[in-house]
Ligand binder design. Structure first.
Ligand SMILES: CC(=O)SCCNC(=O)CCNC(=O)[C@H](O)C(C)(C)COP(=O)(O)OP(=O)(O)OC[C@H]1O[C@@H](n2cnc3c(N)ncnc32)[C@H](O)[C@@H]1OP(=O)(O)O
Ligand SMILES: N[C@@H](CCO)C(=O)O
Length: 351
């Protein structure tokens, strides 16, 4: 099945034929993982940075987080061995709804099993083990990436040396679940949806675009839209704000897949550090590695109270604030500040 997604030529692939028992039940017969690396593993294998991507990201961290890369910056190939893998369930080269189901010979589509952040992390661990990595100096990521960061700490504390989750909570809120469901329903309302059995070359474009438009409202904030667009209208009468979200919707449709969107947003909704582990508080309280949490002041999806809660519950953790009027996606935009914060944390945790 041909992907709509654009995958970099530098992407490598890891294939594991070992069946993957899924967190919510069911098994995948094996997994293929698209990943990228930058720099070289040092002789002590102590310079690994694992970058975890957000919802529509991919292994090309130097594309979607390019401001973080460079000498003296957060991800410095002259010193660090940086790994970024595309998450399980994605459409950028890793096993997901667009992959072939070996039982049917057709793509999984809506039959792709329910997965969780924990499944994504256990697949990443397989990848890292295949690369000979036993310890990660720093696990870093925002949004869905931040969920993975926290799960790394809970699932594999012996591997995760330090954590830097950004713009995230320890469990998906009712507010976020409602946003996700509204977006999924927009996809399902498209006549091309066909209960998920659409032709991937056609796909429910209008529904997926509408989902992205809703999401783009929550990835920014009131002030950002107001400053950028105000009440300005184009000659044809379309408000600039309307025109902008339409453009963002159209852009996503060209590079993403509707079943993938549903699979990944459902995985996000299941995010809860405490699920099946006794208590939420005790799970966070058991994180013993250095942790710095980035809170984005203008984030309407994951408000600062959620990062304050993480900081209160994770012993010895430190809370940082990004005070920019960009909203949730500020981590992708103000990379000078975010890179500096990561560099300072790297200094503290040592090599
Ligand atoms: C191969 C790839 O796809 S790489 C990108 C992969 N993306 C990811 O990994 C996810 C992370 N990245 C993102 O989510 C996004 O890049 C963001 C949110 C960080 C930034 O979004 P961007 O769209 O780059 O920036 P911004 O919000 O400023 O919008 C700029 C775009 O809107 C367009 N635009 C701005 N104002 C308007 C308007 N009033 N009407 C119509 N279009 C408008 C610009 O022309 C520009 O379009 P272009 O991207 O086609 O050149
Ligand atoms: N803008 C991000 C999602 C929010 O972090 C993405 O498209 O992956």
């Amino acid at each position: 099945m041909e992907h709509r997604a654009i995958i970099s030529d530098s992407t490598k692939y890891f294939e594991s034929n070992e069946p993957l028992a899924l967190d919510l039940g069911g098994t995948l017969p094996g997994v293929k993982v698209a990943y990228r690396t930058w720099g070289a593993l040092n002789s002590e294998k102590s310079n690994v940075i694992l970058v975890c991507h957000a919802l529509t990201g991919n292994a090309d961290a130097d594309s979607w987080w390019c401001g973080m890369f460079g000498e003296g910056r957060a991800f410095d190939e002259t010193r660090d061995f940086i790994v970024c893998s595309n998450v399980l369930g994605s459409c950028y080269g890793t096993t997901g709804p667009l992959s072939l189901n070996p039982l049917t010979g057709k793509h999984y589509g809506p039959d792709f099993p329910r997965i969780t952040i924990r499944d994504m992390v256990s697949v990443q661990r397989r990848l890292l083990q295949s690369l000979g990595i036993e310890r990660i100096r720093l696990v870093v990521g925002a949004s869905l990436g931040g969920m993975q960061v926290l799960e790394w700490g809970a699932m594999y504390p012996e591997m995760a040396g330090a954590l830097m989750p950004m713009g995230i909570s320890g469990r998906h809120s009712a507010w976020c679940i409602a946003q996700s469901e509204a977006q999924r329903q927009a996809i399902a309302a498209d006549a091309e949806w066909r209960d998920g059995w659409y032709d991937p070359q056609v796909q429910p474009r209008k529904g997926l675009a509408a989902a992205r438009m809703m999401a783009m409202c929550t990835y920014r904030c009131f002030e950002n839209y107001q400053q950028r667009f105000g009440r300005q209208q184009r000659e044809d009468g379309l408000f600039e704000a309307e025109s902008y979200v339409r453009h963002q919707g159209d852009k996503l449709v060209e590079r993403f897949d509707a079943n993938t969107y549903i699979t990944l947003t459902r995985a996000m909704d299941m995010h809860d550090l405490g699920r099946g582990r006794g208590s939420y508080e005790a799970t966070l309280g058991a994180l013993a590695m250095p942790v710095e949490i980035l809170s984005i002041d203008s984030d309407v999806l994951y408000p600062k109270e959620e990062q304050e809660e993480l900081a209160r519950l994770i012993p010895g953790s430190r809370l940082l604030f990004l005070d920019e009027p960009y909203g949730h996606d500020a981590f992708l935009i103000d990379t000078d500040t975010v890179s500096r914060m990561v560099c300072e944390f790297k200094e503290k945790i040592g090599g």
